[in-house]
Design a protein around this ligand. Sequence first.
Ligand code: C6P
Length: 423
Amino acid sequence: MTTAKPAESPRPSLTSEAPLDVQRVRRDFPILQQQVRGRPLVYLDNAATSQKPHQVIDTLTRYYTKENSNIHRGVHYLSELATTKYEATRSTVKRFINAGEEREIVFVRGTTEGLNLVAQSFGRQRVGEGDEVIISTMEHHSNIVPWQMLCEERGARLRVIPINDDGELLLDEYEKLLSPRTKLVSVVHVSNSLGTINPIKRIIETAHAQGVPVAIDGAQAAPHLRLDVQDLDCDFYTFSGHKLFGPTGIGVLYGKAEHLEAMPPYQGGGDMIKSVTFEKTTYNDLPYKFEAGTPHIAGVIGLGAAIDYVEGIGLDRIGAHESELLRYGIERLSAIDGLKLIGTAGHKASILSFVLDGVHPHDVGSILDGEGIAIRTGHHCTQPVMERFGIAATARASLAFYNTKEEIDALVEGIHHVSEVMG
Ligand code: C6P
């Protein structure tokens, strides 16, 4: 196996004084330049998937035009080039989330696969009959179903942290749920349907005080927040490339080396082995033990370009722009008659989920679509959240750093139009 080790690059300074030049960054996104249904596209479905800057698109084109080859397998030029670029992204991801070691970065298909890997490998090893796994009411289905499957298989019990009417976790209840039976806590960093930013550092500290490991679903956090897995001290952290301005089908699972070392492989196949005979197989070192088969090489390299792009803008600058957009969006939407925001946590990220009196969210979405405005409607793969709020669905506008106040104005105008048409 050829494993090229790229030189360690320093973590760039993510602070910058100048505010984000949104018109300039928008020019990096070809898709935002087009008209949809005869109107300029207003893309407010970033929590579902974000758009890609030409820096990522060009990286993918270059990869398939000039660099495509399988990795870790060939002695020829292209294989070594592809391997070097693939492994360079591991180093980029390590820096991006401030992991301690590159071998703690496992490439997976996305957050869903990251969580399933933890449940099927770590969970199966740890959770037995009568044990408990704690999640929360605001989890995405991908942080519910894998644990449910595990609990069913093991005769264990799923416990759920409740939330208040603003969509915030009830931490007192969480503390009461922790017991000697708890074998793992798995919670979302930023809720995709409410926008709540959870106090995960405190959640992790509380669990660790009782010796319980914690996995974090970072799908909606990675595009918005500066991450530091060492400071958080989480045991696992997972996110998807496509929400972070990178390609679909690629994501990251961070795991503490001590856990990954002790865990059995999730899948068997090529590249995850050291030697195979019919009698016995010995597994490869980290992280390759968890990367069976030919991975999404272009996706990994594209993800590296996306992270470089985001870091080039600066997460602090992104955060400042998005906070102002969110503040403006909350102010303008709250002023609309008959509109109720769902998810009003004191600490929240770029999600504006709402219901409109007497109008089904799908109708809101369809009418806005007619005006070139893309939002998502439905339960957002968080049915228990909908049940908690006594609703079937919401309309959800989710923001990225390339969105503008003018686009929020267009959304508000569109919602007024919905009320006129449906009223
Ligand atoms: N949420 C949304 O519209 P994947 O599909 O594996 O990339 O990510 C799953 C996932 C896990 N956790 C959270 C908090 C998420 O928001 C998502 C994906 C999208 O909200 C699609 S359902």
